[in-house]
Design a protein. Structure first.
Length: 121
């Protein structure tokens, strides 16, 4: 039995995605600090934070809602990555690696949501 959100593999991998996002955006132009850099970082943080928040909620419906928000933030993160590549801020190989990582987190989120829905009355 899980004792806390930090034991969830999906949370752990989403935290890795936060680190990767910060590393990628560290080389973005300074004029993007309050634009794309901030947006991309916030989206990554939101994925991990919403998984944690949902796990701490009392009701299953609230947990599922938080996981849905995390999934939306993941889609936002992917979009910011694609924009970063189009603007030539991110090398293609870094974009591909980060998108694969995001897809993995997405699959894990979908699996957690399915498992929780099966437990629902």
């Amino acid at each position: 039995m899980l004792r806390g959100y930090r034991e969830l593999k999906v949370w752990q991998r989403s935290m890795d995605l936060v680190e990767e996002s910060y590393r990628l955006t560290a080389t973005f132009p300074k004029h993007e600090l309050y634009g794309l850099t901030s947006q991309l970082r916030r989206a990554a943080v939101s994925v991990a934070a919403n998984i944690a928040e949902g796990h701490g909620r009392e009701h299953l419906g609230e947990y599922l809602h938080s996981l849905s928000i995390a999934n939306g933030s993941l889609m936002e993160l992917e979009t910011h990555l694609l924009i970063g590549r189009r603007m030539n801020y991110i090398p293609a190989e870094d974009e591909n690696g980060c998108l694969l990582h995001a897809a993995e987190v997405g699959r894990m989120l979908a699996g957690l949501i399915r498992a929780l829905k099966r437990r629902s009355p």
